[in-house]
Ligand binder design. Structure first.
Ligand SMILES: [Zn+2]
Length: 554
């Protein structure tokens, strides 16, 4: 496998030498920082994983299966123990759901009946394994942000029974709406602002359907994004037959909500403003919702690949490194096929798993076990990590902490590190200390309102209470000016989720080596300590961590 690129490391070392020279020449005034190579395999592994041979690594495709097998071979070669009994594979039951025959959404009230069209006005779907969803005259309740958050003193479902009802929910969270730092975390999005959470909570409350009102600013994307990502084939995992999912989950356009509210004798914007206050109570709209559609299902299986190094002292306690191995596959075009090689996203993260595992294997056994997890189906909605978090191979209560690597920095070493989820957990102290050892500073993600922390695999572990670090390269490139940073951002924006996410001229592996040292040193320190880091007081994942921490013995 991958024979054609066997001499790549030579050309890369040459590239590094050239880069080092040019960096020295251009580094007028900036302190000269040598990046010691972390690994002699990472560059070759990125090249192999992003090669056409793997056809864009879509799960459950021939190319995806070859990628999975390559990861398993590398784990074996490195000498990791299989994470799942005698196997490195954890089967993830995927389901592809195709909806059809969507009826309009009909809203009935006293003396009026409204009808809204699928796609233009609303979008709806279901992960229930049921062939037909038929909702007939379900009472509607406006539940504000649809949030139950004891740590923020918030409960939008207090005093109201929504069993069998259709709840109407606002996007984001009350802190965003008010901009008040005293409410939730102000403009920065919390987990409660994510639509995934809102549907889960509505399901826990026994609702039949949930409709989120789309608003561009708090959602941070337009209706076309909702429409495109919710129509066509949807992917999910099957856990417990999916009986805990809502029968129907969907979105409505803001003008649709305005219309429904006004027919019901309410002002949508007044109601929405009221929902941002702690005194808000859910409002029965006096209307009913009706809609129906058919579902067909295709079941398939793909795999998380999981290996570990057994800890010498406390083997049952684990530190996790994770990275998703899947990407978007390939599509046929008029002239042939476009392969989504996903070199940055996320050949870099998987290759980093191997590199870190190799370095741990080369040294003394760590006190705690170190788990290396290449998860699948991230691009379809964080499904492999979700399945793992709900079906963990190592107990959650003794999972000490983790680092997720999704899209490493390929544009050269930096003076800074961006922490996505800045200030969330005590892991940040480790991050700051080890970054400082590299003469680097840790900065927050500049767009906390976009909720990036909730958009990659570590989030599924966080949801279970495990503190997880997720960093995002840096912006202050060593020996480069702001113009270069802008060039980097434009380059990445043009390649993100495109067939052009390949290794190219701007790549400089030194940034990866720099971050690998950082991730390795943090993980090593935790693996050799007896501390159980937690989320900071008031963080939304703290309560569940406190519960799991009461379950462990040490
Ligand atoms: Zn990714």
């Amino acid at each position: 496998m991958g024979k054609k690129i066997i001499n790549l490391s030579e050309s890369i070392s040459l590239m590094l030498v050239v880069f080092a020279l040019s960096a020295m020449m251009s580094s007028c005034g900036s302190p000269k920082v040598e990046v010691e190579p972390f690994s002699d395999s990472v560059e070759r592994d990125i090249e192999i994983l992003s090669s056409d041979e793997f056809e864009g690594r879509a799960p459950a495709t021939p190319g995806g299966i070859r990628a999975r097998d390559y990861i398993r071979e590398r784990f074996t070669e490195i000498g990791l123990k299989p994470g799942n009994g005698d196997s490195f594979l954890q089967a993830v039951p995927l389901v592809e759901v195709d909806g059809s025959d969507f009826s309009p959404l009909r809203i009935d009230g006293s003396g009026f009946s409204l009808s809204f069209d699928y796609l233009d006005d609303m979008i709806i779907g279901s992960y229930r394994l049921e062939d037909r969803i038929d909702i007939d005259g379900s009472e509607m309740v406006f539940v504000g942000y649809g949030v139950v958050a004891p740590e923020y003193g918030w409960n939008d479902y207090e005093g109201i029974d929504v069993e069998g009802k259709t709840v109407v929910i606002l996007v984001n969270d009350p802190g965003f709406a008010t901009g008040d730092d005293e409410i939730f975390t102000g403009r920065a999005m919390t987990y409660y602002g994510r639509w995934t959470y809102k549907f889960e909570e509505a399901a826990r409350q026994g609702a039949t359907a949930a409709l989120i009102v789309h608003q561009t600013e708090p959602a941070s994307y337009g209706w076309d994004v909702v429409r495109n990502s919710w129509s066509g084939t949807q992917y999910g995992v099957v856990t417990n037959g999916n009986i805990d999912k809502l029968p129907a989950e969907g979105w409505i356009q803001e003008p649709v909500a305005e219309r429904i509210f006004s027919e019901a004798g309410l002002d949508f914007h007044e109601a929405a403003a009221a929902a941002a206050s702690r005194e808000f109570r859910a409002i029965a709209l006096g209307t009913t919702a009706s809609m129906s559609f058919n579902n067909s299902f295709k079941h398939s299986e793909c795999h998380n690949v999981i290996g570990y190094i057994e800890g010498a002292d406390y083997p049952e306690e684990t530190v996790i490194y994770m990275a998703h191995w899947d990407h978007l596959g390939m599509v046929e075009t008029e002239s042939g096929v476009d392969i989504y090689n996903g070199a940055v996203d996320n050949a870099t993260g998987v290759a980093a798993l191997f590199a870190i595992a190799e370095r741990f294997m080369a040294g003394e056994a760590p006190g705690r076990s170190v788990v290396f997890m290449a998860v699948t189906a991230e691009e379809s909605g964080l499904l492999g990590s979700r399945f793992y978090s709900e079906n963990p191979l190592f107990p959650i209560e003794t999972t000490v902490a983790g680092i997720n690597m999704d899209g490493l920095n390929v544009y050269g070493p930096t003076h800074d590190v961006i922490s996505v989820g800045y200030g969330f957990s005590e892991l940040e102290e480790y991050l700051k200390r080890h970054a400082a050892d590299q003469s680097r500073v840790v900065n927050p993600n500049p767009y906390p309102e976009r909720g990036y922390y909730y958009r990659s695999d570590h989030f599924n572990m966080a949801r279970m209470g495990v503190p997880m670090l997720y960093t995002n390269g840096g912006k202050d490139f060593i020996g480069k000016d702001e113009e270069y940073t802008r060039k980097v951002e434009a380059d990445w924006a043009a390649r993100y989720h495109m067939p052009t996410d390949v290794i190219h001229d701007m790549w400089n592996f030194d940034g990866i080596h720099q971050d690998l040292w950082l991730f390795y040193n943090i993980g090593k320190e935790i693996a050799n300590s007896d501390s159980f880091p937690n989320w900071v007081e008031g963080n939304e994942f703290r309560a569940v961590r406190d519960v799991t921490q009461n379950l462990r013995r040490r």
